[in-house]
Design a protein around this ligand. Structure first.
Ligand code: DQA
Length: 148
């Protein structure tokens, strides 16, 4: 399948990347991550549409609206990873293949970050490689969609 359409969703506080806790999240900005995804998408013959929101309901709305519009979802749910049954249920409801990514390795951090509500409804999770998590996640998602 050529011209695959992928929705990249960025959760709360990820708009602050570049200035937010650089020791944990690095200095690359969200715009730079989106450009990295666009570049990688081009070489995969796919297209990425990116959206960031600090609001749980807006992310749920975007996941619902992806139905029939996008073939896959790449999501960094930020702190909602550890709290949001609503985002998990939205992903389960639309049944669009979803890959969860994190800049930091959530399992090396505080114990409250060790549980993800999203992981059980995702195809898989990539955590700990900084911006590279997104690129690896996109490649894995596109390959998964093309193989199934
Ligand atoms: C994060 C990890 C989360 O625990 C945290 O709340 C974030 C960013 C990451 O990309 O490493 O906001 O999802």
């Amino acid at each position: 399948m050529r011209n695959l359409s992928i929705l990249a969703l960025h959760g709360p506080n990820l708009n602050l990347l570049g200035q937010r806790e650089p020791g944990v999240y690095g200095t690359v900005t969200l715009d730079e991550i989106n450009r990295l995804l666009e570049q990688e998408a081009k070489s995969l013959e796919a297209k990425v549409s990116a959206l960031q929101s600090n609001h749980e309901g807006a992310l749920v709305d975007a996941i619902q609206a992806a139905s029939g519009q996008h073939h896959g979802i790449l999501i960094n749910p930020g702190a909602y990873t550890h709290t949001s049954v609503a985002i998990r249920d939205a992903i389960a409801a639309v049944a669009i293949p979803t890959v969860e990514v994190h800049l930091s390795n959530i399992y090396r951090r505080e114990s409250f970050r060790h549980h993800s509500y999203i992981a059980p409804v995702a195809v898989g999770q990539i955590s700990g490689f900084g911006p590279e998590s997104y690129r690896l996640g996109l490649i894995a998602l596109v390959n998964y969609i093309r193989q199934t």
